[in-house]
Design a protein around this ligand. Structure first.
Ligand SMILES: Nc1ncnc2c1ncn2[C@@H]1O[C@H](COP(=O)(O)OP(=O)(O)OP(=O)(O)O)[C@@H](O)[C@H]1O
Ligand SMILES: [Mg+2]
Length: 243
């Protein structure tokens, strides 16, 4: 028998033991890093694509050295929800799924299972924080064919339905360089955020990444730089820029 939505949503108490230390916006909301995520949120709220607000955002990076995609996705989702925006974070990095770990959730069922099964996606939403408009869809069962799944008609239909249901949908994805998953996702989203590491990401890789994304018609909204040089205060998320 189908379970009702209220029965299937996982309601959780926000226990800091469950949350990863990288969920700074929950664990330390007054920190400089949390303030940087709120600045990123403001930029995103004003980001327009063809005069329409960008609401389905793909977070990726040029390569595996530019760490922070999942961390940015999780914290940006938290601050959007803190601003009262109905937000869904979807783990579409089927190769290295970690979003559930950041929020202390399970990944026994998730996005992959929705794409290969018949059930209502809402059965697999999890609510990591109490009294919050944030929902998380974990990756689920690791698939042998991520690219095929993300390019499927069922995935487009899923995105169309969550676009109606939420104010913002944040999609965590693999980097652009080694695999084509994020390019496929980027063509279906409204915009792309690129995470960069000030010390490790090379300019040439950023250029190649932006070129490959724009070649498929994606809108690169901007970059989030981690590991940037200290200015006045220690601030790991030092710059968030959306053009
Ligand atoms: N802003 C940051 N400053 C410093 N280190 C960070 C930052 N964000 C993430 N990290 C470090 O990088 C690790 C990986 O972060 P995260 O999982 O967000 O990266 P990712 O880009 O999603 O990685 P992957 O390519 O494996 O999916 C974290 O465990 C943490 O050690
Ligand atoms: Mg990741």
């Amino acid at each position: 028998m189908a379970r009702s939505r209220s029965e299937t949503l996982v309601q959780r108490e926000a226990k800091s033991d469950d949350l990863s230390g990288y969920l700074v916006t929950v664990l330390d909301p007054t920190s400089a890093a949390s303030e940087a995520y709120r600045t990123l949120r403001t930029s995103l709220l004003y980001a327009l694509v063809d005069d329409t607000p960008a609401k389905v955002i793909v977070v990726t990076s040029p390569d595996y050295s530019a760490k922070g995609k999942s961390t940015v996705c999780a914290n940006l989702g938290v601050v959007l929800a803190q601003a009262g925006k109905n937000t869904l974070i979807v783990d579409c990095d089927f190769r290295r799924p970690v979003l559930h770990e950041l929020f202390g959730l399970h990944s026994t069922r998730g996005m992959v299972d929705i794409l290969v099964g018949e059930h209502d996606p809402r059965e697999d939403y999890q609510e990591p924080l109490p009294d919050s408009c944030l929902k998380v869809l974990a990756a689920g069962t690791p698939p042998p064919n991520p690219v095929e799944l993300l390019g499927s008609r069922r995935f487009s239909e899923f995105l169309a339905s969550v676009r109606e249901e939420f104010d913002y949908v944040l999609i965590d994805s693999p980097p652009t360089g080694p695999v084509s998953d994020s390019a496929i996702l980027a063509t279906q989203g409204d915009g792309v955020l690129l995470t960069l590491d000030a010390k490790k990401t090379r300019k040439g890789d950023v250029r190649r990444s932006v070129r490959s994304l724009t070649a498929v018609g994606a809108n690169v909204l901007g970059t989030v730089m981690s590991n940037a040089k200290k200015q006045r205060r220690r601030n790991k998320i030092a710059r968030a820029k959306i053009r």
